[in-house]
Design a protein around this ligand. Structure first.
Ligand SMILES: [Zn+2]
Length: 108
């Protein structure tokens, strides 16, 4: 048994607590508050846009579990889900095209 412990550097990411990770652009925080887009003032990420729970913004909350998501990451999610959606549509179109060809073969 290899029980590796003590090196969990990404522990801060394990705070989802079943509220569900938002995929794509968040519409509303789990608390019911609307999402606002803000500019980051962090030195590590200057001027990077992010989505944030309106309540948490108003209260200037830090390290809470209200909605927070970088805009670029959210948009990347959107693009990925759109790509998947398009791929699915293409498969469906291909199936329909084949079915149509089969039908035409039977008719003519
Ligand atoms: Zn919230």
């Amino acid at each position: 048994m290899s029980n590796v412990s003590g090196s969990s550097s990404c522990a801060s990411n394990v705070r989802e607590r079943g509220r569900g990770k938002v995929v794509g652009v968040p519409k509303r925080c789990w608390c019911g508050e609307v999402i606002v887009a803000k500019n980051s003032k962090l030195e590590t990420n200057p001027c990077r846009r992010y989505f944030r729970c309106g309540y948490a913004t108003a209260k200037k909350l830090m390290n809470d579990d209200h909605c927070f998501k970088w805009v670029d990451e959210a948009l990347l999610d959107e693009v990925e889900s759109l790509t998947l959606h398009i791929a699915k549509l293409q498969i469906e179109m291909e199936i329909e095209r084949k079915m149509k060809m089969e039908l035409e073969k039977e008719l003519f």
